[in-house]
Design a protein around this ligand. Structure first.
Ligand SMILES: [Mg+2]
Length: 381
């Protein structure tokens, strides 16, 4: 089995207007992403999706297309996609960084390897350790009234866990979290995500103030890049610390563990360059006795499917304790796949077909295909 062609198609899918979101990095209104198809001499085609976001990983859609066309595709033509590690090493060797671009091609390789074996990707990963994963919905960093409205909408739908975005203005952050807690009552676990938005002093004050309102986790309260500062903050609070922006690479995970800077590592294949590297990060967490939680930067159907397979097969991703962000398609006007994934309101399950178990919706691809990249970029979760 040989790779014969790699096609990268730029797309642009708006979020559902009432579900656009906002974080300390900015607003997420529309998603200019890239769909990848890897063809083989057997007729099997693997699917991937790059959820590129310039302010998140430094990747642009135009850069993603160029990296695939000029560097990644030529390097893997003729390779056997069943040799996943070898293909990954090749992809990783032709360009530095660019995790979301690499992940798109690498998830297509997993899709092909699964299709070649007639097995779902979760079986290639060692088989399911759970049949379903609890999910949570994300309330953007909006003014209190709008945030409460969103939380109410999610709770009415039947969601059991929420994440509230903070990290902008401390007083409004506190008011937003309090109001959502008041609406949800004491039985709904709620975490928060500051997306690097606070300095250490503000984070100490905010975590002390928020702790009265029963916080499930504190995600990325301060900037990335200083595990010692994160460790110092962790010592001052009982709230479990989740590292997201601080954890892109295996080396990042090792540093976080070495400094005892986090209780939870937020993981998803796009951020780490694919399933292979994400598994290595979860192994680091496992060896250190901490857990992972499935994060997101609001994927469409293909990338969410890759996350679902990992969520079911990796016991270190503790969705029972920290419900997963398996939610991207719920926020978008289209998912680009023919059959919607089983997402929520309480749990998500993985598709059971060979490979990633999803099929590209060519009608949607034609509708959302975009030749000229828009100026607005997507923002992460
Ligand atoms: Mg986050």
């Amino acid at each position: 089995m040989k790779i014969t062609r790699v096609t990268a198609t730029p797309i642009h899918v708006p979020l559902v207007p009432e579900l656009t979101t906002k974080t300390a990095h900015g607003e997420h209104i529309t998603s200019p992403y890239v769909i990848v198809e890897v063809e083989t001499d057997t007729g099997l085609v693997g699917l991937g999706e790059a959820t590129v976001a310039p302010r998140w990983s430094g990747e642009t859609r135009t850069g993603c297309l160029a990296a695939i066309d000029e560097l990644i595709a030529p390097s893997i033509l003729g390779m056997d996609p069943r040799q996943i590690e070898s293909v990954w090493q090749t992809i990783d060797g032709v360009i530095r960084f660019n995790p979301f671009t690499k992940a798109a091609v690498e998830m297509a390789i997993w899709d092909l390897a699964g299709k070649a074996e007639n097995a779902p990707v979760y079986d290639l990963l060692g088989g399911k350790v759970r049949e379903s994963a609890p999910i949570k919905m994300v309330v953007g960093a909006f003014p209190v009234e709008k945030a409460v409205g969103l939380a109410g909408r999610f709770l009415d739908w039947g969601v059991n866990t929420l994440k509230v975005k903070v990290g902008l203005d401390a007083d409004t952050d506190l008011a937003r979290f309090r109001a959502v807690r008041e609406l949800a009552g004491p039985d709904v676990p709620i975490g928060f995500d500051a997306n690097c938005g606070w300095d250490s002093d503000t984070a100490i004050e905010m975590m002390a103030a928020l702790n009265e309102h029963d916080v499930l986790f504190a995600e990325q309260p301060i900037a990335a890049g200083d595990p010692q500062a994160l460790a110092a903050l962790r010592k001052k609070s009982d709230i479990p610390i989740m590292a997201d922006e601080s954890c892109f690479t295996v080396a990042d995970a090792v540093q976080l563990v070495r400094h005892q800077a986090a209780d939870i590592l937020a993981v998803y294949p796009g951020k780490h360059g694919g399933l292979t590297e994400m598994r290595r990060i979860s192994q680091v967490a496992r060896e250190a006795g901490i857990v992972c939680a499935m994060g997101s930067n609001l994927e469409l159907g293909i990338a969410t499917a890759a996350m679902l397979h990992l969520a079911m097969a990796d016991e270190t991703i503790d969705s029972e304790r920290y419900p997963a962000d398996l939610i991207g398609p719920l926020y978008h006007q289209a998912d680009l796949i023919t059959q919607p994934l089983a997402l929520g309101p309480e749990v998500a399950t993985a598709p059971d077909g060979p490979g990633l178990g999803v099929e590209l919706d060519r009608e949607q691809l034609a509708r959302y295909r975009e030749e000229t990249p828009p100026s607005i970029d997507a923002m992460p979760g």
